[in-house]
Design a protein. Sequence first.
Length: 706
Amino acid sequence: MRAGLAMLTLLAAGLLSAPSIAHAAPAPAPEPVTESQARTVTLISGDRVLVTADGRSAGRVPGSGRAEVALLSRYVDGRLSVVPVDALALLNDDRLDPRLFDVTGLLDAGYDDRRADLPLIVTFTGRGASAELFAGAPARELAALDGSAVRVERAQTPALWSALTRGTVGYRKVWLDGLAEPQSDVSIPLVGAPAAWAAGLTGSGVRVAVLDTGVDVDHPDLAGAVAGTADFTGAHGDGTVDRQGHGTHVASILAGSGAASAGRYRGMAPDARLYSATVCTAGGCPESAILDGMDWAVRDKGAKVVNLSVGEPATPGTDLLEEAVERLSSAYGTLFVAAAGNDGTVLSPASAPAALSVGASTEDDMLARELVDKPDIVAPGVAITAARSGDSGLPGTAYTTLSGTSAAAPHVAGAAALLAQQHPEWSPAQLEASLIGAATPLRDRAPPGGVGRLDVAKAIASTAIPQLSPTPAPLVRSSLAVDFRDRAGVATRRVLAGASDGTRFVDLSRAGTFAMPTGRWTIDAAIAEADGAVTLIRRTVTSPGNVTLDARTGRSATMPPPRPDATPAYAMVGLADLALTAQAQSFQQLYTAVSGRAVAAARWTATDSEWSFRSARVPVSAAPVVLSPLAGGMLALTLPLVPRFTLDVSYDGGHTWRRPFYTRVGDRGVAHLRPAAGADVSLRISAADGKGNEVRQTLHRVRVPG
C-alpha cells in the first residue's frame, strides 16, 4: 500500500530523518500562475501544469479541446496534487494511479516537461486492449501482472486520455511507472549464523536472489557465488557491474564468502546459489524493472528467497509491487524479504501480507529508530561493513560501511536460506513464522505489539512446526459515513475530498465509512458535475455519524469583470485555511458552499489591458475596483467603502513601484499619474475592511488618457 507518488526508495546509506505527520496545510491565497514563474509538467490528461517556485500552487495550460475542463488542486503535507475533474470517477473507481496527478512526486522523479515521455504501467482485463491504447508506443510485457510497461510521448497524452475516458478499452488500471532509489563482523555472529554453519547449514543448494543495483561479480567475496545475472534497466549490459555499490553490499551480507577479509566479513549463507537482477540505475529504480526482476528471479531461476531493499509510503489499497509479491509467493512458494524503511513506518512492498518486513536494530539490541508501524522482525542495520563494488564511488577498498533497513533485510534473507536448506519442504509462511517466533526480544523501545531481533541459531534448534499467529483484529475507532451528492441530488463518484484535524489527513474521495480518531475534523470536498462545473464544500464534524455533502447547497462564485469588454482568461476559488482550490475558464463553472469564507482569483483580458484580481477571506461576489479614464493623465477609481486602501503605480512594467498622489471623495477616488507620452502603467491596489477581509487587484497595460 502506498501514498501518492513518492519515489520508491532503496533503503540504505544512512538512517533517514523522521517525517512530519501528514496534514492539510493552510492554503495560500490563490493567484494566477504565469509560465515565466513556473516549473512545468504535462499530466496524463494532456493538461500542462505550471507550478510555482514554492511548489504550493499551480496554474494550467489546458490540453487541446480541454479549456472548459475544470482543474482541482490540493496541497497536503508538502505535496501538491492537480486533478482534472474528468479524472475523478476513474480515480475513485481505482482505474487510475493517484501518483499520475501527484505533481510534487512527478517533479521529484524528473517526470516533468524536460522528459520527452511519460512512463506508465498498465494492467489489463483483456490482452487485446494494449494495441488499441498504445499504438506506436514502446511497450514491454510484464508477465507477473498481466500488464505492460509503456512510454507515452507527451504529445500523445491527449489521444491516450481520450481512449481511457471513453470507456471502450478493457484495461484494469493505469499506473505511473514510479522510481526507486537505492535505500548494510559483529552483526553476523550476533544473529546466530556461526551456530548454523557449525550445524552444516550454509545455504547450500538454496537459490536466492537480490533485486538491486547489480553486483560486482569480480569482487573476491562474490567470486563463484553468482549463478546468474540480468539487467532490466537497459543501462548495465549483462548486469555484472554495480556502479552504485548498493547491490554488492546487500548481496555480500546475504551470501558473501568473506574471501577478501580472511572470512571476517562472511555473509549469512555463503554457499547459497545467488542470482542478481539489476533493477536500479543512478536515476532510480523503475517499477517495471522491479516487476520484471521479480518474475525472472522466481519464475525463471526458481529462487526460494528474494531480497527486496526498496520501499515507498503506504496507503490503503494494493499497489503493483504488493500484488506481485502476493501472486508470486502463492504460485511459486517464494519468500520475499523486504526492507521496512527508515522513517518508522512500514513501506511497500514490505507492507504486502506475504512479505517478511525487516526493520533495523543496533548491535546492542535497540531499535535503530523509533517505530510507528511494526515490521515483522528486526536485524542489525547500523554501520554494517560488507563488500564494496569496485565500480562504485563508495568509500573504502574491498569493503564499505552503510546503514539502514537495506542492510538489515539481507541478514534475514540469508537466515531464511539457512532454514530452507534445513527444511526444504517448508512454505514461505512457515519460514517466516519460524524466524519471527525465534526472535530475541529487544532491550528497550519496543514498538506497538512488540518485535524481536533475528536469532537464526534459535530457529534452527526448534523442533516445532511453525505456524503464523492469526492477524489481530484492527483497532476500531469512530466510524464516519460520508455520502456525496451532485447538483441534481444524485450520488456521485466525481469527488476529491479529505478531512483534517490539524495534525492528520484522511482521504475521503470514495464515499463510504471511515474509521477515524475522535475529535474535531474539517472536511473539504470538490464535487464535479458531468458538464465540468465544480462545487467546493466545507463542513466541520465533532462526532461520528452520517455526513452528506450536497452540491445543491452551493452558490455561484460570481465576480464581475472590471469593464464590459473584458473577457475571462482564468478563474479560481479556494477554501480559506484549507488547501483545496478549483480553477476553471470562468466563474460560471464554480460554486461554493462553505461555513466560513472563500478565497478567489481571476484574470481578465481586453484589447488594451489585462487584470489580475485576488480576494482573501471575502465573499467571492465582492466587486473589484472599477476604473474610469479622466482627462489630464488621471484615473478615477471606484470601490466599496473600506477603512484601509492603498494604491501603487509602476511605469516600468511592474519592476519598481511608487505611491502616487491620490484623493478620496465618497466611494470615488482620483489618482494623478504621470506616465511618459503614450506609455502604459501598471497599478497595484489593496483594500481591507478591518475584519481580516482583503481585496487585492493588479492591473497591467493600463492606458492613461492624454
